[in-house]
Design a protein around this ligand. Sequence first.
Ligand code: GAL
Length: 677
Amino acid sequence: MTAAASWPSVEGLAYGGDYNPEQWPRETWDEDVRLMREAGVNLVSVGIFSWAMLEPKEGLYDFAWMDELLDLLHANGIAADLGTPSVSPPAWFFHQYPQARVTDKNGTVMGFGSRGMASHASPEYREAIARMAGELAKRYADHPAVVLWHVHNEYGVPVGEDFGPRAVESWRRWLQERYSTLEGLNAAWGTAFWGQRYGDWEHVVAPAATPTIANPAMKLDWARFTDDQLRECFRIERDAIRAHATQPVTTNFMAHQSWNTDLWKWAQEVDVVSDDHYLWSPDPDAHVGLALSADLTRSVAGGKPWMLMEHSTSAVNWQGRNIAKRPGEMRRNAVTHLGRGADAIMFFQWRASRSGAEKFHSAMLPHAGASSRVFREVVELGGHLKDAAAVQGAEVQADVAVLYDWESLWAQDLEWRPSDDVQFRERMRTFYERLWRDNVTVDFAHPSHDLSRYKLAVAPASYLLTASSAANLTRYVEGGGTLLVNFFSAIVDENDAVHEGGFVAPLRDALGLTVEEFLPLREGDAATVRWTRGAEVELPSDVWQDDIALAGAEVVAEHASGPGAGRPAITRNTHGQGTGWYVGTRLSVGALRTVFDAVYADAGIETSGLPETLEVVTRRGAAEDFVIAVNHGDDAARVPVAGIDLLTGTETDGELEVPGGGVAVVRASRMSGGGAD
Ligand code: GAL
């Protein structure tokens, strides 16, 4: 096996999208490549759903059309990201191997006629994907168009879990490896509760449909198992490719929108991290979620440039109301990704499909054709990315780490929590949005990571926090860090068991408190908090109050109403060289402002004072900085920067005006510290 490259060999920033020419007559391909050139496309993803075309019958391959396609792309200077089609095995496969279908938790076997993962536990599926990936790699290892391998498509979506008999066998093996003995498993799952004790491995079942909730520790392990199995399938294909080819291998993640995949682990397996992101249309500020997803992707990539593998030029087709992007919005979205570390800007998909489930999905080349607004904007964006090519390789630096752990998401999402209104994703987004509105650039980090380079670490939703991660956070504070912890954090260990010593006990030293009892509010009830540090302010709160048992922390705010009235709500604790803050209620983005202003002061973070709708991120190159600004407001806004806007050629010696809805990519001489924020 030869070491793979860590970035596809494409000149400049990569630009393009999924390309499915098998849906079109041959003459359309010529028009496609002509228009791709016009748009500045230099990379397309092909073959992702092409298994039935590449192997029309078991063992009978037809690579002629793929040869022709890759040759055509190469002749036109367009590189290929070659997919392995394992997300969509052909009809013959399921006919031949019906046992390779996925079974859902109610025992329903999923039929053919859609798309999605076959059973990850099926030996026939595993053998078939290894064979197909190997055949493709053998044939195209040296094809000059192929610069990247795109294994599968969005692991875990639409289905990740499989409750079929094969999966249950793998599950038992997986548990035996994890726990060695049944005593180990019984202890970890707390099976003394409800008489669930196992006396034989054969009696262990999957957490399928049960009369009432299934053992939460079992379900948490099931999530780990599912993630592990999907990753095993990825490795099978990756290794089959690497046996023949040296181009880098990726698979497209769905950072903040995925559930089944622990991307801290996945990122270790790929040569280059790539991600898909789609705006969530019910959210009028969906661009904040986009920025979160981009920062999370960059963070799992270890800060290295990453690829935006898919986003949309306009509406998607799979939400309740599919909102079209307004003029300039696609460009803002793309430039946000660029600013947050993406060196490839790609779309689903090049040409809109006439048939099938996604015919109402936007594309780079929409049904309306090349004379459409969308295509004009696609061409314009291609030009921008050429102009901004110098950004390539520059890295984002942040002073703040937001703690994100998929295991904690899985655990918190289980049933029978103190309040349905406490949601991991909602809290993550709200805390992130506060930082986003303050133009404070953040990385995401796992709570076990070394945080010493950050001035501030924020834990919006660390329900599951192991004793060793808590010790890591405590050391961080001792060493001078500022830690901000939100309520319902440090509650359980890796087995979803409440920490000995009670809620928040593992962070008692860092925060100077524990929590005696949760006091959630009734649905829709509102409360307030009286903030008394510096100025006295009344802040709205809802959903939750903690009954805090102080152990040294100073009270900076009290619950002014609700079940916890008169009790501490927000606290600050000095520990070692650092400070531990705790927020014992649910605060909105607006209310968090008071808290963050005080926390920034402790952490030595200066905010920019820029308008909240102006997003500014700095990417640091070898010798220069790139200040990337996206104006989400309607009015022009001024960015304090000296340099040249690569998109317009405008030179500025102190302030650049970015029009309402506009963007800028300014090449600036090296700035001090972390950048414009
Ligand atoms: C993605 C998927 C694409 C396409 C797209 C539509 O999640 O990878 O194949 O279905 O959604 O938005």
